[in-house]
Ligand binder design. Structure first.
Ligand SMILES: *Cc1c(COP(=O)(O)O)cnc(C)c1O
Length: 381
């Protein structure tokens, strides 16, 4: 059986229809496609046994060297990285405290978070027994409000780096200056801020002590992996709370296959010529935009900016749009044959195509079905 025959057999056996992923690397839609180097490394690792503490330490050194950070460690998704950041802030390497988490009675355990940095996954910071102290309001936050919230119960300050967060926040360098004046760490979630690759060190340079990225998004490692970067001391304090130790991170185990797979992914990711990669994506997305730009009520454009980390073909539903909602269009594409996932994550009323997971041969299918659905929807109005 060839590769296609094996894939067809798997689909038949599971009875779950696969999708064409034209919406980007999020968890619900299976992340991204692991690079060939990643799968090869995983197969090799599966045949070997290691002392897992030794493997974790060495993998961290290799990732730090590849990205140019002081230190790194492997986590079970960026999500588990947030939990470990928080555990590090509470325990600061104290073995007794590490052993007691998530019981934080009689320990400082407060994390300061700006109201505008709250989002659906931030509870992962609470897993080790932390509490949030919220500052600012829906319209923003100023540095004085942050500083006034610091007490002897405070263990760290959170900074979210995401398109969910729209303006009005204390800039990271200012937040870091305040945190460090009080001997507190800055904990940063930048899970999906790759590319650009320069972000791997940008937030560290701006003063973050710990920064989490997903290994299963644009890095194209195993979907369940994450990268935690930072200073030597803070990364070590995070790692001490992680599996294989019998600690609060014990349920967030990463297998040896995933660990070596992630190292291979990071090394391959940083070796790519980003300008050439982005130019190719832009050309692909422009082809889609050209096909839909005359549809009434739509504004179609290739976007590559803070909200779109790589070139996306974006169809904005303008006030002149008379067709059904973006949710309806999204659902129709997902219910079609083949099933196609396009993103409706955008902060404005937009539907977009993300090139990262579009496989050879799929671009034309995506372009054609996207155009068809949008034309039919516009005609309904
Ligand atoms: C994707 C994402 C996460 C979770 O990352 P995983 O690697 O899936 O665990 C956390 N925070 C933000 C902002 C994200 O976009």
């Amino acid at each position: 059986m060839g590769e296609q025959g094996r894939a067809a057999a798997l689909v038949k056996r599971f009875g779950v229809a696969p999708i064409i992923n034209a919406g980007g690397p999020n968890t619900l839609h299976a992340g991204s496609r692991p690079r060939d180097e990643v799968l090869a490394a995983m197969v090799e690792a599966a045949g070997l046994f290691f002392r897992m503490d030794e493997l974790v330490l060495r993998a961290g050194e290799m990732i730090a060297a590849a990205v140019g950070a002081e230190a790194a460690t492997v986590t079970a998704g960026a999500g588990s990285g947030l939990t470990l950041q928080s555990a590090a802030a509470i325990t600061r390497g104290d073995p007794e405290k590490i052993a007691r988490l998530p019981d934080t009675r009689r320990m400082p355990n407060e994390l300061i978070i700006q109201r505008r940095h709250r989002f659906v996954y931030d509870h992962l910071y609470l897993t080790p027994g932390a509490k949030f102290v919220e500052v600012g309001d829906a319209s923003g936050c100023v540095p004085d409000e942050l500083e006034a919230a610091i007490t002897d119960r405070t263990v760290g300050l959170i900074h979210l780096e995401s398109s969910f967060k729209q303006g009005g926040s204390v800039p990271l360098p200012t937040l870091a200056e305040i945190a460090h004046r009080h001997d507190l760490p800055v904990l940063c979630d930048a899970a999906s801020r790759l590319p650009p690759r320069s972000n791997l060190t940008k937030f560290l340079d701006e003063g973050a002590d710990l920064v989490s990225f997903s290994g299963g998004k644009a890095v194209r490692g195993p979907q369940s992996t994450g990268i935690l970067l930072g200073t030597k001391e803070w990364v070590e304090w995070a790692r001490l709370n992680n599996a294989p130790n019998a600690t609060v991170g014990r349920a967030m185990k990463v297998s040896r296959e995933e660990i070596v797979g992630l190292v291979a992914a990071v090394e391959a990711f940083v070796a790519v010529d980003e300008a050439a990669e982005m130019a190719e994506y832009r050309e692909q997305m422009q082809m889609i935009v050209d096909r839909i730009s005359d549809i009434p009520g739509l504004r179609a454009v290739v976007e590559h900016n803070f909200d779109h980390v790589m070139p996306h073909a974006v169809a904005y539903l303008t006030p002149a749009w008379r067709g059904p909602s973006r949710e309806t269009i999204h659902a129709r594409l997902l219910a079609g044959t083949p099933r196609i996932y396009v993103s409706i994550f955008g902060v404005s009323d937009e539907i977009y195509v993300d090139p990262l997971n579009i496989q050879p041969g799929e671009l034309e299918i995506v372009a054609q079905r996207f155009e068809e659905e949008l034309r039919a929807a516009a005609a309904e109005g």
